[in-house]
Design a protein around this ligand. Structure first.
Ligand SMILES: Cc1ncc(COP(=O)(O)O)c(C=O)c1O
Length: 393
């Protein structure tokens, strides 16, 4: 096909006509089990009836309204997020990168208002992923993201994953905070152990700097709690989220405590579309569903079933699988052969998965997937891996 779209993506030659629950369906009616969820976005599957209803209902009332006015759906959503988390305030935007940008700006603004203008640097993990804006690629410190877009935005100190000493060493009197993805998604489903998250909090307290979590991918129920940090005893000062929050409708959010929000005032930050009534109406329903204890309990039980089955598949195919990573429905299979070969073979067999760095196959099923569908995916994984594993012997 002759495409007029700027070629920023290397797309598979496959398109979908519709989606229903955990499946994507082509025009010819071929069904694919969708373990990508639009990269952790369609948290409640495709064409979810509750979301269709609220979107339809809201679309008849009000689509868009300027943030110059009060937006009731936005107020409702902010109140829910505050009640469910550490935060006192929420800023709404349209994507993950914007939520992270807001987090960075809020951190800088806090120190500016405290008359510590020199405190603006943020320590990050080298190779992490925070989005595609100039500041968020600088935060990741990844050459492949920065290449072609220099000069690099100043103010980020990326340190190696797992190097605790490097973090402490990198802190100086210009450091404003530490920003991490509690589970590095794009960068290979690498989990920061809970003790380490707690350790980061201690460092931040000791050095009087801010702890910022990027839960754009691992938030909104994906790891079995509404936010991943809720598995730990600690709280961040700022948290960015997006993806699953709108279940497919674009929305991002930056959560912050009252103390740290001090630098933000009228006109200091904003977004035309952020917190739009349509997006917030949908996100309110997504959040109501995902934050229910019963929903998260079921999710955790389905996810451990999938994890255990993946471990079994690994044991049967040690020549091509090295490791199973992740938590909840943010899982990774580290492969010993080129992951793109496996991804293609799985696709041919009706299962859609996505790659991540370090030769990983990422599994991101919808959070409301049922056990029968998980079993179907396991069957495809088993068959595909067995065939490729035999071919390697
Ligand atoms: C952890 C994390 N942060 C930020 C982003 C950027 O989100 P968006 O693509 O919505 O801008 C992503 C996207 O994959 C992500 O995984």
């Amino acid at each position: 096909m002759n495409s007029y779209i700027l070629p920023t993506y290397n797309r598979a030659k496959l398109s979908f006509h519709k989606g229903k629950g955990s499946y994507l369906i082509t025009k010819k009616g071929k069904k694919y089990l969708d373990f990508t969820s639009g990269i952790a976005v369609t948290s409640l599957g495709h064409s979810n009836n509750d979301l269709i209803k609220v979107l339809y209902h809201q679309s008849k009332k009000l689509w868009h309204c300027s943030n110059a006015y009060e937006i009731l759906e936005q107020e409702k959503l902010a109140k829910k997020l505050v009640n469910l988390t550490f935060a006192d305030f929420v800023f709404f935007c349209n994507s993950g990168a914007e939520a992270v940008e807001a987090a960075i700006k809020i951190a800088r603004a806090y120190y500016q208002i405290k008359k510590k203008k020199n405190k603006y640097k943020i320590i990050t993990i080298k190779g992490s992923f925070h989005g595609r804006t100039l500041a968020t690629i600088a935060a990741s410190g990844q050459e492949k993201l920065l290449n072609g877009f220099k000069p690099v935005v100043e103010g980020f100190t990326p340190v190696l994953f797992g190097d605790h000493q490097a973090i402490e060493k990198a802190i100086d009197n210009k450091t404003a905070g530490i920003m991490v993805e509690p589970i590095l998604g794009e960068s290979g489903i690498k989990k920061i152990p809970i003790e380490c998250l707690e350790g980061l909090r201690k460092i931040c307290n000791k050095k009087k700097i801010l702890l910022i979590f990027d839960e754009v991918q691992c938030g909104i129920g994906r790891t079995g709690k509404l936010f991943n940090y809720q598995w730990s005893k600690i709280k961040p000062d700022i948290l960015a989220t997006a993806k699953g929050l709108g279940g497919g409708f674009p929305i991002g959010a930056c959560l912050v405590t009252k103390q740290i929000a001090q630098g933000i005032n009228f006109g200091s930050h904003g977004s035309t579309f952020g917190g739009n009534p349509l997006a917030c109406a949908v996100a309110n329903v997504v959040l109501d569903i995902i934050s229910k204890k019963k929903f998260l309990k079921e999710l955790n039980s389905k996810a451990s079933f999938l994890y255990n089955e993946l471990e079994k598949i690994k044991k049967e195919n040690l020549n091509i699988i090295e490791e199973i990573r992740g938590q909840g429905f943010l899982l990774g299979i580290k492969c010993n052969i080129n992951n793109s070969i496996l991804i293609k073979a799985l696709r041919t067999n009706g299962l859609l998965v996505i790659s991540a760095s370090e030769n990983i196959i990422r599994l991101l099923p919808p959070l409301n997937i049922n056990k029968k569908e998980i079993i179907e995916a396991i069957k495809i994984l088993k068959q595909t891996f067995k065939k490729l594993s035999l071919g390697k012997k």
